[in-house]
Ligand binder design. Structure first.
Ligand SMILES: [Fe+2]
Length: 207
C-alpha cells in the first residue's frame, strides 16, 4: 500500500539510501543492461513511497514543466531529478544521450517513443507507455532515446523521479521536429538549491 503525500519530507533517508545504493551499483562497473535492471529496481523501491519529496520540489509552474535537481553525483556519473508536470503539460520531442530511468511518484504520465524513418523523419515507435505510481521505465541511447513525455492528466499535477547517467542538466542534447530536424539544447535545472538530506540529527538523536 502506498503512503499518501505529506506536507514535508518525513523520510529523507529514502533518497539518501537510494543515492548510496545507486553509487555502489555504478562502482561495480555493470554493463548498461545490468545497470538499468538493478538501478530500476532501486528506483522502484524509492517511488513505492510518496512521503520523502519536500514540497518545494513538487511545485508545478503554470507556464512549463519543472525539473528540480535533487542530487548530482560528485563525479557527475548520475543525477536525480524531480520532474513536475502541471495539468496538461508535456515536453518537446527530445533525446538524452545517456542512460535514464523514470520512476512515477504521483499522478501518471505518457512516454511516446520515436524512431527515424527512411528519410530521416520521426515516426511514433509503438503506443505510448503509461506510467502509474511505483512503475519505472528505462531509456538507453542505443534503443529508445528519443521520446516525448506528457502528463496523463489535464486537471492534476503529476511527478516523476528521473535518474540519468550524467549531470543531465549540463548535457548537450537535442529537441526534434517531427520532420527529423534537431536543435541542440542544455536543459539546466529549475532550482538554485538542493534538498538537505544530510542532516542526520533528527534520525540519530543522542539519548
Ligand atoms: Fe526524457
Amino acid at each position: 500500500m502506498r503512503e499518501t503525500a505529506l506536507s514535508e519530507s518525513r523520510h529523507p533517508e529514502r533518497l539518501r539510501n537510494f543515492i548510496a545504493a545507486l553509487a555502489e551499483l555504478i562502482d561495480s562497473n555493470p554493463g548498461e543492461d545490468d545497470l538499468l535492471h538493478h538501478g530500476g529496481k532501486l528506483l522502484g523501491q524509492l517511488v513505492r513511497h510518496d512521503d520523502w519529496l519536500p514540497d518545494e520540489y513538487a511545485l508545478a509552474d503554470p507556464t512549463r514543466y519543472q525539473q528540480f535537481l535533487l542530487h548530482a553525483d560528485s563525479r557527475q556519473r548520475f543525477s536525480v531529478v524531480s520532474f513536475v508536470w502541471g495539468p496538461g503539460q508535456s515536453t518537446p520531442i527530445h533525446d538524452h544521450r545517456v542512460w535514464g530511468l523514470i520512476g512515477m511518484l504521483r499522478g501518471a504520465e505518457y512516454s511516446q517513443g520515436f524512431a527515424r524513418g527512411s528519410e530521416g523523419q520521426l515516426q511514433k515507435a509503438g503506443t505510448p507507455i503509461r506510467l502509474e505510481p511505483g512503475q519505472v521505465e528505462a531509456l538507453s541511447p542505443s534503443s529508445n532515446d528519443i521520446h516525448q513525455v506528457s502528463n496523463a492528466f489535464s486537471d492534476q499535477v503529476s511527478i516523476s523521479i528521473h535518474v540519468y547517467g550524467a549531470n543531465i542538466g549540463a548535457v548537450k542534447r537535442a529537441v526534434y521536429q517531427i520532420d527529423g530536424s534537431e536543435k541542440l539544447f542544455i536543459s539546466g535545472y529549475s532550482n538554485a538549491w538542493l534538498p538537505n538530506i544530510w542532516d542526520l540529527s533528527k534520525e540519530n538523536q543522542v539519548q
